[in-house]
Design a protein around this ligand. Structure first.
Ligand code: HEM
Length: 101
């Protein structure tokens, strides 16, 4: 899949109540700086659920694409209260945005 980062920035508005894309700031959710390629549950100082922490996931673009459709299906027991993004293009755009430094 191919995404458009500028479009993804608009989709990210839905994530902003809980996440920032910059490093060093955790809100309700952990900072998403460098999320693409990172091991799940690895932001220092963030209190993850055991489900997320011990998922063994590496957040590749493909894994994020699956997760963001329906987070609780990929990480059962996650404390991320977000239903998901059914629109595949929006997920692809969002991942392109998250991949930007
Ligand atoms: C965890 C992405 C929306 C709260 C995560 C993780 C990702 C992610 C990739 C795993 C992080 C890691 O393992 O380090 C997103 C994206 C969103 C979104 C792209 C928008 C489309 C939200 C919203 C909330 C939220 C709206 C709050 C209502 C959380 C929490 C966790 C989390 C609390 C930790 C989950 C746990 O420890 O079980 N998110 N998220 N997220 N997110 Fe989100």
């Amino acid at each position: 899949f191919t995404g458009n980062a500028a479009e993804g920035e608009k989709v990210f508005v839905q994530c902003k109540t809980c996440h920032v894309k910059e490093a060093g700031q955790n809100r309700v959710g952990p900072s998403l700086a460098g999320i693409v390629g990172r091991a799940a549950g690895s932001v220092e100082g963030f209190n993850y659920s055991p489900a997320n922490k011990n998922s063994g996931i590496t957040w590749t673009p493909e894994k994020l694409f699956q997760y963001l459709e329906k987070p609780a299906r990929v990480v059962p027991g996650t404390k991320m209260v977000f239903a998901g993004l059914p629109d595949a293009q929006k997920r692809a755009d969002l991942i392109a945005y998250l991949q930007q430094p």
